[in-house]
Design a protein around this ligand. Sequence first.
Ligand code: DLL
Length: 432
Amino acid sequence: MYWEQEYECMDREGLQQLQLERLQANLHRVYLNVPFYRRKFDAKGIDPDDFTSLRDIERLPFTTKDDLRDNYPYGLFAVPLREVVRIHASSGTTGMSTVVGYTKNDIKTWSNLVARVLSAGGITKDDVVQIAFNYGLFTGGLGIHYGAERVGASVIPISSGNTRRQIKIMQDFKTTALICTPSYSLLIADALKEAGVNINSLSLKYGLFGAEPWSERMRQEIQERLKIVATDNYGLSEVMGPGVAGECLERQGLHVNEDHFLVEVVDPETLRPVPVGEVGELVVTTLTKEAFPVIRFRTRDLTRFITEPCPCGRTLVKMGRVMGRTDDMLIVRGVNVFPSQIEAILFDIEGTEPHYQIMVEREGNLDDATVLIEVSESIFFDEMKKQNEFVDLIKRRLASELGISVEVKLVERKTLERAEGKAKRVIDKRKY
Ligand code: DLL
């Protein structure tokens, strides 16, 4: 249940006092040790000693992914490498990857925060946890691993891929909790079905999923197919990795570990805070990181705060599920479209598989979006007329939800690329 009740259920006033003290210490740390931050603070006339209220955070400059890239690899580290015991890097699908480091203390804190998230998601020392995140420079595998060991669970560090083996291990080792990306869990569910495994013969109880956007409908599908309780957890390597926020079993939003991260939701255009509850970009300031602190890091992730008290008793603020990234948002003929919106609609339509891709092309000055959807064999091999009716139905639903019309193309099962890590939902040909 709770992992560190005294922090997870802290009263707001006590929490804010703790945040302020930690913020002050952190500002001194970066000012002293990271020339990049010192220059930025000096340019804005910011003296770390001036910080007397959390509201002062708005005076601080933002940090972006470009700043991290410009300082590749170690420019933003706040301790000498001698003190760094672990290095991770983000995948860097576009351009250079970003490199992050951890001191011994950072690893302790990280393990503890992941332990919190896992405990909130139902994991105890009685669980057998199968970690099907990639182990390596990606923070998912090792990050979750250390947290699960900290909880005292029996950890199976199987990593991602080799789905057949995942199933064998799941059966033989009596896995009770599966941890991976939501899309990979569905791939595992497909493989279980194909292998004719009776889900009731497995020991699975919980699934903790994160590292990519998913929808409420996808949660339902995963829960039904794997017969588990599925929770969402969030994090990013620039800030730490997994362990930043996670759902409790209420499954109504992700509790943010606010005693270690100061979070804001801002309008991505004006960079001003949005009214509480409205969607905007999540901005994170680390409060306790030693090797790689960040100040007002713009995550590009879109979410909102949920401030209503949670029945679980935790007082840590919740964030809504991340609906997508500002850089994933497709602007198709001037209309903002998120892959997660399309996903939610597809899940509602009987006969579509939860595998889809969105392709955007430009004809002259016009953007054309085509949604490629895998459909069950019965539909794919159905007569033309029925297929056309099905396509029309999907098109109508998408048009009324999105406000623009998109093309729909049905494809046979297993045609679209399957990801064992993060799913690639958008192919934007306009960039090439
Ligand atoms: O994905 C860290 C992580 C590992 C989180 C395992 C949870 C579980 P990165 O590779 O740096 O780190 O990618 C971070 O992934 O900015 C979001 O856009 C996205 N993301 C992570 N968790 C979620 C989630 C890890 N629960 C980027 N829902 C973030 C939606 C998520 N998007």
